[in-house]
Design a protein around this ligand. Structure first.
Ligand code: GLN
Length: 485
């Protein structure tokens, strides 16, 4: 059952080939035996899952089941879940049990999904390797000496290891696409404003966006149809109808104009990765797409601009964690000042503290214009690069990240080397555009991702292209050793 896609599971449940209780128990058993080797889940909600599965079976029997009724799912531990610890990968929230559900969690509940648990992640979603989690790193199922990517590494590893057919994730600078690429699965970061951020613990509010991770584009389409919604509780949510993303998957790509930016094939790109991505482009060309060389000249400025804007927003967002209202509190504070400083020094890890320092510095009175103001100007230039490109092409494609999964500790001492991991994904967040990663090859037995970037609210198109690509190729069906049996 664990080898079936979400689309197949829905069919199987509806035709009563298996019950949701059987399916849920099957995944819970796999989690119990396999998760200790990956550390992909940090909370398992077995009892609740089985209760929800029994309820799903009743609804399925009654014949009025909603879209995802009885389908097991995981949530990244950044989404608030009522009554279930939501840690955001941090000691700061290790004891935090939200009294409410994030809108995304609510949407899955309405659709009848069964939540198996919460996935590991980089602390406050800061990282590209899952090494910054308070709960320890996640192992990549393809090679347990390697990172799964981050920050949604737990979600990506869990889906790759078939501990669940799908998982939610978030992407601020690449955290859906990069771990999807490194774990050989499919992931989509929607347009900014498409998926509600309410109840999703904030990292950098102008960049954060939730999205689906699954093995296929078809499954991502099913998940996004449920995840996306207009939400009055999120002031940046956009009031636009949510299409049925599954309805347009079968269109062909004849005449599609694919822009390939020279800057995405820069120095530092692994030659094997480049070869795989070029082969994917050739496949789409064979299906009738037109490949057009383009330039996004300000790409090189995206990482520096991001590492001003994201830490600046993070430093403001994370100021709420002070030991007073909820979360971690230091022992025996001497006075209020001591309570604040020790709570934050003890509750936050090193990378989070680094970002708070950078962000606070960039926002300080004397430096605001020179750093934050300048970064916002650069952000505008990056948006304009994309606007110009989309005047002549329908989508943009390139690699998701420069290399396949790397070894634990190999970038640990050099934050800049780690930051460059997102060189091809970050510009999309700065512009607010949707982007997707699709498995497109293997290098040294490790998966490689093709990135598809669309224009605003063009999720249906990129899902359609990814689906067409997956109809003709088999990379998304490859599995790490030992997980299919
Ligand atoms: N790797 C990037 C960072 O560390 C992006 C993380 C994310 O998208 N959440 O900030």
């Amino acid at each position: 059952m664990h080898n079936l896609t979400i689309a197949e599971l829905i069919k199987g449940l509806q035709s009563k080939e298996f019950s949701s209780v059987e399916l849920t128990q099957h995944f819970l058993d796999r989690i119990a035996t396999m998760n200790p080797g990956y550390n992909a889940l940090i909370t398992v909600t077995a009892d609740q899952a089985l209760r929800d599965a029994a309820e799903a079976d009743r609804r399925l029997a009654a014949g009025n089941a909603p879209a995802l009724c009885g389908v097991p799912m995981l949530h990244k531990d950044i989404f608030c879940t009522s009554g279930v610890r939501t840690s955001c990968g941090s000691k700061m929230l290790d004891n935090f049990i939200p009294p409410y559900n994030a809108t995304v969690v609510e949407n899955f509940e309405q659709a009848g999904a069964v939540v198996l648990g919460k996935t590991n992640m980089d602390e406050f979603a800061m990282g590209s390797s899952n090494e910054t989690s308070f709960y320890g790193p996640v192992q990549n199922p393809w090679d347990t000496d390697c990172v799964p990517g981050g920050s949604s590494g737990g979600s990506a590893a869990a889906v790759a290891a078939r501990l669940a057919p799908g998982a939610t994730a978030t992407d601020t600078g690449g955290s859906i696409r990069q771990p999807a690429a490194l774990c050989g699965i499919t992931g989509l970061k929607p347009t900014y404003g498409r998926v509600s951020r309410w109840g999703m613990i904030a990292f950098a509010s102008s960049l954060d966006q939730g999205g689906p991770m699954a093995r296929t584009a078809e499954d991502c389409a099913i998940m996004l149809s449920c995840m996306a919604s207009f939400d009055e509780k999120d002031s940046t949510s956009i009031d636009q109808e949510v299409p049925d993303y599954s309805a347009t998957l079968s269109k062909d790509v004849q005449g599609l104009r694919v822009g390939v930016p020279a800057e995405y094939f820069s120095e530092g790109l692994n030659p094997g990765t480049e070869k795989a991505v070029r082969a994917a482009l050739a496949e789409l060309e064979a299906q009738g797409a037109e490949i057009i060389d383009i330039s996004l000249p300000n790409t090189g400025l995206s990482v520096p601009a991001y590492y001003v804007i994201a830490p600046a927003e993070a430093s403001a967002n994370l100021s709420r964690f002070d030991g007073v209202k909820y979360g971690y509190r230091c022992e025996d504070p001497k006075d209020l000042q001591d309570l604040y400083t020790r709570t934050r020094a003890e509750g936050f890890g090193e990378e989070v503290q680094r970002r708070i320092l950078i962000g606070t510095y960039c926002l300080s009175a004397g430096y605001y214009d020179a750093y934050y103001g300048k970064a916002q100007q650069v952000r505008k230039l990056i948006q304009q690069d994309f606007e110009r490109a989309f005047a002549t092409v329908d989508v943009i494609m390139g690699p998701t990240c420069p290399t396949p999964a790397f070894k634990f500790g190999s970038k640990g001492d050099d934050p800049v080397a780690m930051y460059l991991e997102d060189i091809y994904t970050i510009a999309t967040n700065l512009a607010g555009l949707p982007g997707m990663s699709v498995p497109c090859g293997m290098v040294d037995n490790k998966p490689v991702g093709l990135q598809i970037i669309g224009n605003y609210f063009d999720e249906a198109r990129i899902l359609n292209i990814a689906h067409q690509y997956q109809q003709a190729t088999d990379w998304h069906n490859q599995a790490p050793e030992g997980v299919t049996s």
